[in-house]
Design a protein around this ligand. Structure first.
Ligand SMILES: Nc1ncnc2c1ncn2[C@@H]1O[C@H](COP(=O)(O)OP(=O)(O)OP(=O)(O)O)[C@@H](O)[C@H]1O
Length: 342
């Protein structure tokens, strides 16, 4: 169980060439990852996510701010001590980074050899880890005989070998198909819940955050532009960046073009209702409409899960005479967040 704190962290790369300006890859980012938490950092390409991860594992030095991994302030430590701290950090990668010339068991054993763990203990630990990731039967296979999902499971077993307090995941499921991604994310959830390992992951995929994270930081152009509980951030996005991510995975209001199309097909009044975490009783909503003598059909949207809580956005067509619809809208507004689509 390890807490990871980034306090006003910045990373600037020097200018290359005479005309070029320095690149500010990470700009004044603060993230407090509680021990045992799964924290996702999401952003588009170039947002600074990978740089941030390299600062946390001490592969690069921050130009400003402080980073603490547990009680070790790695931004202050000499390189020899940073290496020791890195021993308590597991890493998994998009391209798995396995040794292709070694068998599965040898890949998992490698960090134990580096850590000078005695052979019998190593064998026991490797067997235990392969069992945990469900690959006991692949111990003697070469890694290029494995599927992508199996390779990442080897990566996870290897990362866990030395009992790290923190696991850093760099786009760990980006190279995998959706179903395999789900399996790997489920395994990471078990890593977190069974061993209490803090997980910090970077991704450009909203699905990953939705599936696994407790809290999220949204990065854009090196800065942390939104941060908080996954449900709070995504059910009420404030910045354009977050809104774009939300639109890829959560039910939204129809966009302008879609609204035109809906208008053409539906003559009634269109309204969008937002349901947050069961704070709206759906039967009451539909009863309210029926009680006013108004017909209803769902024309867009849905209900889904985010951060383990339900979130819904439904666009409804209200059908009936104008006055009744007006009353129904007024009554609905008492029960739910409602927007009339003008
Ligand atoms: N070693 C480096 N030298 C100079 N500039 C760098 C270096 N590493 C990263 N950058 C720059 O820093 C910015 C952030 O890059 P970074 O790779 O951290 O973003 P990212 O969000 O991880 O994107 P991606 O998912 O595409 O890797 C980019 O503008 C990139 O060009």
């Amino acid at each position: 169980m390890t807490r990871v704190q980034l306090i006003g962290v910045g990373k600037e790369y020097p200018a290359r060439g005479k005309q070029a300006a320095p690149v500010v890859a990470v700009d004044d980012v603060s993230i407090d990852v509680a021990s045992g938490e799964i924290h996702a950092v999401i952003g588009y390409s170039g947002a600074g996510k990978s740089t941030l991860l390299r600062l946390v594992n001490g592969l690069e030095r921050a130009t400003s701010g402080r980073i603490l991994v547990g009680t070790d302030e790695i931004t202050n430590l000499p390189e020899s001590r940073v290496r020791v701290v890195r021993g308590g950090i597991g890493m998994i990668f998009q391209q798995f980074n396995l040794f292709h010339s070694k068998r599965v068991a040898a890949n998992v054993e490698y960090p134990l050899i580096v850590a000078k763990v005695p052979p019998t203990e190593r064998k026991r630990r490797v067997a235990e880890l392969l069992d945990f990731v469900g690959l006991s039967d692949k111990a003697t296979a070469f890694t290029d005989q494995l599927s992508g999902g199996q390779k990442q499971r080897v990566g996870i077993a290897r990362a866990l070998a030395t009992n790290p307090g923190v696991l850093l995941a760099d786009e760990a499921t980006s190279a995998l198909d959706p179903e395999t991604s789900q399996e790997v994310l489920a395994l990471l959830k078990r890593v977190n819940s069974e061993f209490g390992i803090t997980i910090m992951l970077i991704t450009h995929e909203m699905e990953v955050v939705r599936e696994i994270a407790d809290r999220v930081t949204v990065m854009d152009a090196g800065r942390a532009v939104e941060q908080g509980d996954v449900f709070d951030v995504f059910s009420n996005p404030k910045t354009e960046t977050t809104k774009r991510f939300v639109a890829t995975a959560l039910p939204t209001e129809p966009n302008a073009a879609h609204l035109e199309e809906l208008r053409r097909r539906h003559r009634g009044k269109l309204v969008t209702l937002t349901f947050r975490d069961g704070d709206v009783d759906q039967p009451v909503v539909f009863q309210t409409i029926a009680d006013r003598g108004v017909g209803v059909s769902i024309v867009h949207g849905g209900v889904t899960d985010v951060g383990g809580r339900s979130f819904g956005r439904l666009t409804l067509e209200l059908i009936g005479d104008d006055l009744k619809i007006e009353h129904a809208v007024a009554a609905l507004a008492q029960h739910a967040e409602l927007e009339v689509l003008a």
